[in-house]
Each structure stands twice: as structure tokens, then as C-alpha cells.
Design a protein around this ligand. Structure first.
Ligand code: GLN
Length: 501
């Protein structure tokens, strides 16, 4: 078969194709990785990814990306082409360490900071042929649900630029939704991949705690953090996760559990799969648009031969209070390292070392980060530790037990809404507590350490809505099986007035 012509046009079209097709074309010599890099940057220009508009990237490096692409071409020429991502342009959240480009975590305290080493996930992406084109905007230190907490201005949702893309991985979600890259890395502590995926109409995966190395991920809440994957389709995220997953000597919390080939679940049947519908995730007063799309998704599961079973996770209502004790407690300790000595910003002071610490942190951290550090320090302080932190840890165990019980009872996966509402307008949520409630359906999976994925399940007035599939520890294959099925079943099934999404 004659390979298709090499042309920038083709590269542009390829960017809109599934990763497998894009990579196959590169391997067959039909498209050059450097054409794909150019196509990604052209697309970024076309959609207005820049600061004054969508504000997706905190850094890009076209020159180096083009160089890497050319090195790849040489390898392909010698038939040494690496991996499943050969030539694919990829974006990386700015709290994941990359060489050469800054890693700022969306914070002034790390402005211009370039890591001396790269994260394991980035190394694995590159080893599999991905080309890193830029670092994406995010809520400062991943604290937030809208990307409005970035010290470098908010990212806007490509679906509707008056709205937030979600957060904290808002830049990564927007880069995928805007068609600049097929795949991006994000991070999750309480929903930061799934919630923006849901708001932007794409797929977002949070793996099991320990599935993916955290080496080089700037720590927020170490017992909750995981690197996650955002993509346009379930298959793309399955391929992306497979590349970054697996044990790593450099992260003692990464688990030595074999990584299955998730994309093999693509056409698996759902007959006999038991899907739990936890009643606590469908409260009275749930946005009717969200509730309706979820019911339709559950019907789709039934049509595919799955059994939908009503279940209960009785401690669900504690997940937000528990998360907002545990995560700030860990953050207050993790963020102690930003002291003006070791990294980034240093603000001189006339009152000695302590004065320098105070001045640096006061100028370097934004209001939400300061709030979390204060909250975390408070709940860990001697007089309050038992009342808050210890109590929260006990309740966390009960939340994890709820998941264990439901999966032991024969349920394979759970299906819930990802978020209580579609994307809100920039500036609309001013009360921090109201913002925290964005995580009401997502934080529990982080507290329990189980994997979860958000899949687009339709739109309401053009705004995307996501459905969440949660599985047991290291059961990502079951999660992907259900996600592939749902995606297949909903393809082309728009409700009246829903448009083509
Ligand atoms: N929105 C949550 C928070 O602000 C979750 C953030 C995350 O997952 N990184 O903490």
C-alpha cells in the first residue's frame, strides 16, 4: 500500500484522529513527527491558546519539541521507533517535573524554576515516542476546581470561553478539548483530572493509588496524589495510562502490580457486568440535567447487557469534610519546603532568616494556598490533632471500607455523576466552601485510593456533562471495559436539542 502523502495538511487532520491512527501513520512514514508538532502549535494559535485568550500554557518550547521530533524521525528511519506514542504531541501539567521547561505549579513562589530532573511519567512518555510541547496552566499547587487560582491568570473553557475549564488540571483539559493535543497529563488529589474532563467534554482517568509513579510530581497531599491522563477518547487514555503505569524504584509508593493492556477492553462485552448505582451520589436536588444524562447512561449499560444494581456507600457525605482536613494537613507539611532557600522566589527581609521565610511565603503564595496551609497547620496542631486530623483519618477508613464492601458484594464498577453541575462561569463561585463542593462526587475515590474515569455522557445547552465509573483497587481493566462500552453506546445518540456532542 502506498503511504499517504506527507503534508502539513495531513498532520493537521491526524491530530484530530485517534492516537492509534496518528501513531500508525507516523510509523509508516506517512507523517513526520515534526509536522505533528507544527500542527499542534498551529492549532494552538488558531484556537487562541495564548495568555490573552484561553491561557492554556504556562510554557511551551517549539524549538526543542521540533528537535525531539527530528530525533524521533531518525529512529523511525532506523526502524528503532519507540513505543505506542511515536510522534504524538503531548502536554504536561505544570506540577510535573520536566527538564528545560519551568515547573511552576501555577505559583509565583516557583516562577521560572526549572527542575534538575524529570518525572518518571515524563521519561516514560518520551521513551514511548511522545513529544512534550508545553506545560499547562493549573490552580496554584493543584488547589482548586476552576484553574482560577493560578497565579498566571485563569484558563478558559474552549467549549464556552465565558466558563471555567474546571481544575486543577484545567490547562491540560483545555489543551485536549481545543484539539491541540490528543493526550495530556494531569494530577489528581481530589478530582483534578475527572472534574475538568467532565467540564470540557473529554475523558479523564485517575488511576489506583500506587499504579503510577509520583516521582517528579510536586507533592500536594501525598496519600491522595496520583498522576492522571486526559484524552479525547477512552482508547487514547487507555493507551496513555498503559505507558505511564507500573512500578518505579524511584517512588516507594508505586506498586509492583502488572499493568494489563487496557486498550484490549475496547470491544469487550458488558453482559453480566454488575454496575452499582450508589444512592448517595444521586441526591435529591441533583441538577436535573446531570441526573437525566446519568439515567440515560445507565439505560445504555442495561442495553449492553449489564446489570444495574442499587447500592449504598453510607459514609459518602463525610468525604468533603474528611478530604478538606486530610489534604490541607498534608499540604501544609509538603509546602514547608518552599522557604526561599531551596527553590524559586526569595524575598529579602531585614528581620533575619525567619523574616525572609515569612516575606517569601507571603509574597509567593496566593490566597487559596495560604488558606490551605493555615487550615492544615491548625488541624495538625497539638491541641486539635485528635479532634480533627485523627478523626478525619478514622472516617477515611470507613469511606474506604464502603468501597471494599460494595466491591466484595459482587459489584464490578460503580456509576455516578462526575460533578454536580456543568461548567460554571468565571468568577461565579466566590465562596471557597462552595468551590470545595465541586469535588463532592470525586474526592472519595482519592480517599479510598480506587481508580475512576470520567466519560462524556452528553450535553445540556451545549455544556458537557461527565459520568464517572469507579472500580476496585487495580481493577482499571473493568473500569475501562465499562467506559469503552458506554462510549460506544452513546456515540451518535444525542438527545433532542443536544447538538452533535
Ligand atoms: N479541587 C480539589 C482541591 O482543591 C482537588 C484538587 C486536586 O485534585 N488536585 O483540593
Amino acid at each position: 500500500m502506498k503511504p499517504p502523502p506527507r503534508a502539513p495538511d495531513l498532520a493537521r487532520k491526524l491530530l484530530a484522529q485517534p492516537l492509534t491512527e496518528c501513531v500508525a501513520c507516523v510509523r509508516e512514514g506517512g507523517a513526520l513527527p515534526s509536522d505533528l508538532v507544527s500542527a499542534a502549535f498551529d492549532r494552538a494559535d488558531d484556537v487562541g491558546a495564548g495568555r490573552e485568550s484561553l491561557n492554556i500554557f504556562l510554557a511551551t518550547d517549539r524549538v526543542r519539541a521540533t528537535e525531539s521530533a527530528k530525533e524521533l524521525t531518525a529512529l523511525i528511519g532506523r526502524a528503532e521507533a519507540p513505543g505506542n506514542l511515536a510522534g504524538a504531541p503531548v502536554a504536561v501539567k505544570d506540577n510535573i517535573a520536566t527538564l528545560h521547561m519551568p515547573t511552576t505549579c501555577g505559583s509565583k513562589v516557583l516562577e521560572g524554576y526549572v527542575s534538575p530532573y524529570e518525572a518518571t511519567v515524563v521519561r516514560r512518555l518520551r521513551a514511548n515516542g511522545a513529544v512534550i510541547i508545553g506545560k499547562t496552566n493549573m490552580d496554584e499547587f493543584a488547589m482548586g476546581s476552576s484553574t482560577e487560582n493560578s497565579a498566571y491568570g485563569p484558563t478558559r473553557n474552549p467549549v464556552d470561553i465565558r466558563r471555567v475549564p474546571g481544575g486543577s488540571s484545567g490547562g491540560s483539559a483545555a489543551a485536549v478539548a481545543a484539539g491541540i493535543v490528543r493526550l495530556a497529563l494531569g494530577s489528581e488529589t481530589g478530582g483534578s483530572v475527572r472534574q475538568p474532563a467532565s467540564f470540557c467534554g473529554i475523558v479523564g482517568v485517575k488511576p489506583t493509588y500506587g499504579r503510577v509513579s509520583r516521582y517528579g510530581l510536586v507533592a500536594f497531599g501525598s496519600s491522595l496524589d496520583q498522576v492522571g491522563v486526559l484524552g479525547r477518547s477512552v482508547e487514547d487514555t487507555a493507551i496513555g495510562l498503559e505507558v505511564i503505569a507500573g512500578c518505579d524504584q524511584l517512588d516507594s509508593t508505586s506498586a509492583d502490580v502488572p499493568v494489563p493492556r487496557y486498550e484490549l477492553e475496547k470491544n469487550a462485552r458488558l453482559d453480566g457486568l454488575v454496575i452499582g448505582k450508589p444512592k448517595e451520589y444521586y441526591p435529591e436536588g441533583l441538577d436535573p440535567r446531570v441526573a437525566e444524562r446519568c439515567e440515560r447512561a445507565l439505560d445504555a449499560f442495561r442495553e449492553l447487557g449489564a446489570e444495574v444494581r442499587d447500592v449504598s456507600l453510607p459514609h459518602t457525605s463525610y468525604s468533603i469534610p474528611v478530604y478538606y482536613v486530610v489534604a490541607p494537613a498534608e499540604a501544609s507539611s509538603n509546602l514547608a519546603r518552599f522557604d526561599g532557600v531551596r527553590y524559586g522566589l526569595r524575598v529579602a527581609s531585614e528581620s533575619g532568616l525567619t523574616g525572609m521565610y515569612e516575606a517569601t511565603r507571603a509574597r509567593g503564595f496566593g490566597p487559596e494556598v495560604t488558606r490551605r496551609v493555615m487550615l492544615g497547620t491548625y488541624v495538625l496542631s497539638a491541641g486539635y490533632y485528635d479532634a480533627y486530623y485523627k478523626k478525619a483519618q478514622s472516617v477515611r477508613t470507613l469511606i474506604a471500607q464502603d468501597f471494599r464492601d460494595v466491591f466484595l458484594s459482587g459489584v464490578d464498577v460503580l456509576f455516578t455523576p462526575t460533578t454536580p453541575t456543568p461548567a460554571f462561569e468565571l468568577g461565579a463561585v466566590k465562596d471557597p466552601y462552595e468551590m470545595y463542593l465541586s469535588d463532592i462526587f470525586t474526592a472519595s475515590a482519592n480517599l479510598a485510593g480506587v481508580p475512576a474515569i470520567s466519560v462524556p455522557i452528553g450535553t445540556a445547552s451545549g455544556l458537557p456533562i461527565g459520568g464517572q465509573i469507579i472500580a476496585g483497587h487495580f481493577e482499571e481493566s473493568a473500569m475501562f471495559r465499562a467506559a469503552f462500552g458506554l462510549e460506544r453506546a452513546l456515540a451518535g445518540k444525542a438527545l433532542p436539542g443536544e447538538g452533535s456532542a
